[in-house]
Write a new protein. Structure first.
Lengths: 215, 362
């Protein structure tokens, strides 16, 4: 194994094993050794996040573990990002994401954002308790192709519907894919809401967006 | 004309407990703050007006005739009484705005809540006294409470506490342990009024934390709370955990509880096979997809399916929604759940229920 491969493996392992402090000196060493930042990101940190996602799917990892893994990934990214070449930052399409109005639970939304970001999508995060009109504005102003709506509260579901209706009214519905997720949401319900897709967790959300965007 | 009940919920409950005939299965659509819609008040009126809270609960019970009456408004009442800031909206359910402490260093400043003095706890206790006057012996009422583990998250913030499960387990134990004292004090105050506690433990769900984390951080404190309540006057609590719970059913049954209610993502049939011989099971009609957004026909189908899955559970079964209903759930859907249970009657004849289902699906 070359030194580069060893460092990439170490970066990946830091993410999987939740080593949020250890990742920083390893990322620094990686950059100091002159290796391309983009590889450190994709073959190191993102590889680790994908492995963490596999562990989540096999029910070895749960929400706390994924949250710490993503912290590690961000800590490493902070070191690598300034060294990325311009051409490295070619993104897949833009995705507007947010927790709909009436709800402030954002753990699920953040995990989806992280996973999509790791998969190369440019994320426009509107935060939580977001009014329907703000989603529409973001779609218009940023040229997003996907809107991802999240809620944990069954009481806020009607506000998801509002976003879909507003997109319709503004004539934007046909050029936008709407995906929904969160505790009370199901595939059945997503269809009723008029969404293009539903995923039951952050890992599935990446597959879903890839599928919808034909990636 | 729809069949009417010939027993009160209290008579029905007692008869079932003694293995006697009843008029129908017990049913709890799980109307939560939606009682405001029946009573015609805003949800914010519940926060400081115990009489409104009590009258709204009783009004909804009288309208639908269901078998459960619980004083509970939101998950944050106990954390608020320990110093958390809660956003009280005009007419929607309260939400956590700021946890009780923002730094681990402040953990020793936390104190257990005094149910007679702190936050909205006295409002809830007074509401119980009003309900007791209004409902008399018609229905056995309960006091909703969150479990110590769930409450712990609201003391230091959900995100931080989640990570501390790995990074500083002792802090999580401390938060749970002080939450337990609040839970015990509140449970005792409720029992003194004659209300049996029902514990909600959403954070214990395997949709959130691993069964391992549940066993290490939640279960020991739950056990102490359940035992405390049992030792106080023999009351067996009922328990609700949202999301997926299959891997922790046995742990929960081992607590020696009076019943467990499960979410629609968990299987009622599997739950019956796993722990139905040890405790009463309740659930699990989808509260949002079916009860809130579905048609009365959807409600009827899902209620009948639930009955077929649960009716023969050895220690009893209650038709129930998988979680608290959204505030704006249509009355006709709630009514449909009740009417369906009335029409099925008792003892449940599965062939007849199958027939009713087939008619519905035509």
């Amino acid at each position: 194994m070359t030194k580069k491969e060893e460092l990439l493996k170490a970066l990946s392992e830091c993410v999987v094993e939740m080593e949020d402090d250890k990742v920083i000196p390893i990322a620094e060493e990686y950059i100091k050794s002159g290796y391309p930042a983009i590889d450190g990101l994709l073959l190191g940190l993102v590889d680790g996040m994908n492995k963490a996602a596999d562990l989540y799917e096999s029910e070895e990892y749960f929400i706390p573990e994924l949250m710490i893994c993503s912290d590690v990934m961000y800590n490493g990214m902070d070191i690598l990002r300034p060294h990325l070449e311009m051409s490295d930052s070619q993104q897949k399409c833009k995705v507007v994401i947010g927790v709909v109005e009436g709800d402030t639970h954002d753990i699920g939304k953040n995990l989806v954002k992280i996973m999509l970001e790791a998969a190369g999508y440019e994320m426009i995060d509107l935060g939580r308790d977001v009014p329907a009109a703000s989603f529409i504005d973001a779609v218009k102003n940023k040229g997003a192709k996907v809107v991802a709506l999240s809620t944990l509260m069954s009481t806020a579901i009607s506000n998801m519907q509002k976003v879909v209706e507003l997109l319709d009214k503004e004539g934007l519905r046909d050029s936008i894919k709407v995906i929904v997720g969160g505790g009370p949401i199901s595939l059945e319900l997503a269809k009723k809401l008029g969404a293009d897709g539903y995923s039951k967790n952050a890992v599935e959300a990446v597959k879903l967006v890839n599928r919808l965007m034909g990636a | 004309m729809m069949k009417r009940d010939s027993m009160t919920p209290a008579e029905r409950g007692a008869a079932i407990a003694n293995g006697m005939e009843v008029d129908r299965l017990p049913c709890n659509p799980n109307v939560a703050n939606g009682v405001a819609r029946v009573y015609g008040c805003k949800i914010s009126e519940f926060n400081h007006n115990p009489k409104a809270l009590a009258e709204a609960q009783v009004a909804a019970y009288r309208k639908f005739g269901y078998d459960s009456l619980r004083i509970f408004t939101d998950l944050f009442t106990w954390a608020e009484a320990m110093g958390a800031t809660v956003a009280h909206h005009d007419d929607s359910t309260a939400d956590l705005e700021k946890p009780a402490i923002s730094r681990i260093e402040d953990i020793d400043k936390l104190r257990p809540a005094d149910p007679y003095r702190d936050g909205r706890l006295p409002v809830h206790l007074d509401a119980m006294k009003y309900v007791r006057e209004l409902a008399k012996d018609e229905i056995k009422c309960s006091a909703g409470i969150v479990g110590p583990f769930t409450n712990a998250f609201f003391l230091l913030g959900v995100n931080d506490t989640m990570k501390l499960i790995h990074k500083d387990p002792e802090v999580v134990h401390k938060l749970c342990s002080i939450s337990l004292e609040t839970c015990k004090a509140y449970a005792k105050a409720a029992l003194d009024i004659g209300f049996g506690p029902t514990i909600s433990e959403p954070m214990s769900s395997s949709t959130v934390v691993s069964p391992k984390a549940f066993r290490e951080f939640s279960l020991p404190y739950l056990k102490e709370l359940v035992d405390f309540i049992k030792d106080y006057d023999g009351t067996k609590v009922t328990m609700h955990i949202c999301g997926q719970t299959e891997k922790i059913w046995k742990d929960v049954a081992d607590l020696g509880i009076g019943g467990i209610s499960i979410d629609n993502v968990a299987s009622l049939e599997d739950c019956k096979l796993a722990i139905g011989h040890r405790t009463k099971i309740m659930g699990n009609v989808d509260p949002s997809g079916i009860m809130y957004l579905g048609t009365p026909r959807d409600v009827r189908i899902k209620t009948l399916e639930s009955i077929l899955h649960g009716y023969d559970s050895p220690k009893g079964y209650v038709v129930m929604s998988g979680c608290s209903l959204p505030v704006e759930t249509p009355f006709e859907n709630i009514q449909m759940m009740m009417d369906t249970v009335r029409e099925v009657g008792y003892p449940v004849c599965p062939e007849r229920v199958e027939g009713m289902l087939a008619d519905c699906r035509k």
